[in-house]
Design a protein around this ligand. Structure first.
Ligand SMILES: Nc1ncnc2c1ncn2[C@@H]1O[C@H](COP(=O)(O)OP(=O)(O)O)[C@@H](O)[C@H]1O
Ligand SMILES: O=C(O)C(=O)C[C@H](O)[C@H](O)COP(=O)(O)O
Length: 321
């Protein structure tokens, strides 16, 4: 078993080749593989740690593509099962020259939405040091919602370190009030919460990183750290017993695509903690991976190897500790 565990849906992404064209008019697409939790697993593996990914794929060409890619990235597939009756989810994504791209999901009733709680009892947790949970998987279906809760309960019972990214996807939840209620409830089981400041506005009514951190630290004894992502400005780190602090982001020459930056941030934090680095160093690595990712078109192609991360730090004239 591996140091890192996550559960989620791989999302085959068709990204428009025509910058700023509407998805209605685009006819040429790149085919990429994304999926928030898989992005994190790919990046954790690329930085030299062992990973295991729990998921379910359709027995279709997109499922075959996803499986091939996951194997090529070296992410553990012991718990990636095949579903003969349901297809693999996919997404259309714009290419934009400014701002966030529009995405359109075709994943209702997907294979991953049929991943049920019973298969999770086979997942061995003994060697897991960090489990990463995101708010996307429980939004897929009632079945995935139950499965997510079951894994979360097992992780809490085994006293594993849990990171949680709210990853708000209102289009998947179809019910904003339920999304807010459940995401904040899931956050109570997490040791480390990684919201974006824009998500704070929806989840607890403020974009102020300190308000967001206070909200999550106050709602659960278990939560020890909140790191709020504030886009290009970087991240704000707060623990229960010390003053919060900002860790500034890195300036990039050109933003190509912002998707995958939040997952990049998460994997930077997670790998630094697996290597016993400080919270400041972890947030700095999160910022570095986020900055590298926004400069590439795919959802996880900017995530660095250890050598690429070292080269980035050297070029920036900084070091982690
Ligand atoms: N334009 C950018 N330039 C440099 N770094 C960025 C940029 N956008 C995002 N990042 C980095 O990626 C991290 C996550 O991005 P953000 O957009 O805040 O997350 P999310 O996608 O979850 O909303 C940020 O905290 C920052 O470190
Ligand atoms: O939208 C979904 O459901 C996906 O899983 C596809 C993407 O790969 C992630 O959304 C990227 O997430 P960010 O790193 O927060 O930009």
């Amino acid at each position: 078993m591996s140091e890192f565990l996550t559960i989620g849906e791989p999302v085959v992404t068709f990204m428009s080749k025509d910058a700023d064209a509407s998805l209605i008019d685009t006819i040429n697409y790149f085919k990429l593989l994304g999926g928030a939790e898989l992005n994190v697993a790919i990046g954790v593996q690329r930085l030299g740690h062992t990973t295991e990914y729990v998921s379910r794929l359709g027995a279709d060409p997109l499922g075959g593509y996803a499986k091939k890619q996951i194997l090529e990235h070296g992410v553990g597939t012991t718990f990636v099962t095949e579903d003969a009756d349901n297809w693999t989810g996919f997404q259309l994504k714009q290419m934009v020259t400014t701002g966030d791209p529009q995405t359109f999901n075709y994943r209702t009733g997907s294979a991953a939405a049929h991943l049920s709680a019973d298969v999770l009892d086979d997942v061995k947790l003994d060697d897991v040091k960090i489990a990463h949970m995101s708010g996307i998987f429980p939004a897929l279906s009632e079945t995935s919602n139950k499965a997510f809760r079951h894994l979360m309960d097992r992780l809490v019972a085994a006293d594993k370190l849990i990171t949680f990214d709210p990853n708000l996807r209102p289009a998947l939840w179809n019910d904003d009030a339920r999304m807010i209620r459940e995401i904040n409830e899931f956050a109570k089981s997490a040791d480390i919460i990684l919201p974006g400041s824009n998500e704070g506005k929806i989840l607890m009514g403020s974009e102020d990183p300190k308000d967001i951190a206070d909200f999550y630290l106050n709602q659960s004894e278990r939560t020890k750290v909140v790191i709020v992502k504030v886009g290009p400005a970087g991240a704000y780190v707060q623990t229960r017993d010390a003053e919060g602090f900002m860790v500034p982001g890195f300036k990039v020459a050109k933003v190509v695509d912002t998707v995958g930056a939040g997952d990049g941030f998460a994997l930077g934090v997670i790998t630094a903690l697996l290597e016993d680095k400080s919270l400041r160093a972890a947030a700095m690595r999160g910022n570095a991976v986020g900055a590298l990712q926004v400069q590439t078109p795919g959802d996880n192609d900017g995530y660095p190897t250890p050598a690429q991360l070292a080269a980035f730090y050297a070029a920036e004239g900084v070091s982690e500790d």
